[in-house]
Design a protein around this ligand. Structure first.
Ligand code: NAD
Length: 251
């Protein structure tokens, strides 16, 4: 029997993160459901526990190194050594470049890039000690460029370079690093975009589906399924990859 692994999923109070936390728990892992507000993460924990799993709600800001350090230490003490890290926390601050503020640029970089740096930096010692680790970073099809998303596209492309570098540096410790790059996935982030451009969610989904090869939009469980593959004990020879989960070819 393989060891019970402990995962940290950031931004897991809702959307793709919540679906991933539940999926990894179904896969047999103990899961830290990390989000800005601990109380907001608790319902996901309750669902996992009700289904027979083990989970812990943790409040932390991934952009803040001290906050992440404390969170990682708490997970290690209360749940188990964290060796599966899913860097999912994300935000959008969309604007055309000429209107984009420095704050909008910096905030997106801080959550996606510094956030993914902070978690691995603080969890690294546990993975090295276990001679096992799985890092999965959430990129996006926007990494290839998307109007109104100079900040987000740069961060998501940056995460791909970060992923490949982690794979190279940490591979010899039994740690893999991969990225999942979702296309249109129905979550509150998509609702925010629909609100910003002034269309209903239903119209936005229908319009998006027309451009997608499988003729439908994605759902959080579609993305969680790919993350589950990379997190699997048996996926140890797959590292430094970017998997587009977008209902069609995207790169
Ligand atoms: P979402 O907005 O529904 O959820 C994001 C979660 O991250 C929220 O619970 C939020 O509170 C949390 N979060 C934000 N900032 C944080 C911080 N500083 N510290 C801790 N938690 C923080 O988003 P989603 O659609 O589920 O997206 C999840 C990930 O997938 C993001 O990285 C996003 O960029 C990426 N993604 C989403 C889509 C999509 O179509 N939905 C497509 C491509 C990539």
């Amino acid at each position: 029997m393989t060891e019970t692994r402990t995962a940290i999923v950031t931004g897991a109070a809702r959307g793709i993160g919540a679906a991933t936390a539940k999926r990894l728990a179904d896969d047999g892992m103990q899961v830290a459901v990390l989000d800005l507000d601990e109380a907001a993460a608790q319902p996901v924990v309750d669902e996992i526990i009700a289904a027979g799993g083990r989970a812990l709600a943790v409040g932390a800001d991934v952009a803040d190194s001290d906050s992440v350090k404390a969170a990682v230490e708490r997970v290690a003490a209360e749940l188990g050594a964290p060796t599966v890290i899913v860097n999912n926390a994300g935000i959008i601050r969309d604007n055309l470049l000429f209107k984009m503020s420095v704050d909008e640029w910096d905030l997106v970089m801080a959550v996606h890039l510094r956030g993914a740096f902070n978690t691995v930096k603080h969890a690294q010692q546990y993975m090295v000690e276990a001679k096992f680790g799985r890092v999965i970073n959430l990129s996006s099809t926007s990494a290839q460029g998307n109007r109104g998303q100079a900040n987000y596209a740069a961060a998501k492309a940056g995460l791909q370079g970060y992923t490949k570098t982690l794979a190279i540096e940490l591979g010899k410790f039994g740690i893999t690093a991969n990225a999942v790059a979702p296309g249109f996935t129905v979550t509150e982030m998509i609702q925010e975009t629909a609100d910003r451009i002034g269309v209903s969610l239903e119209d936005f989904k229908a319009h998006a589906a027309k451009e997608i090869a499988v003729a439908r939009v994605g759902y959080p469980e579609d993305i969680a399924n790919a993350i589950s593959f990379f997190a699997d004990e048996k996926s140890g020879y797959v590292s430094g990859q970017v998997l587009y989960v977008a209902g069609g070819p995207k790169d």
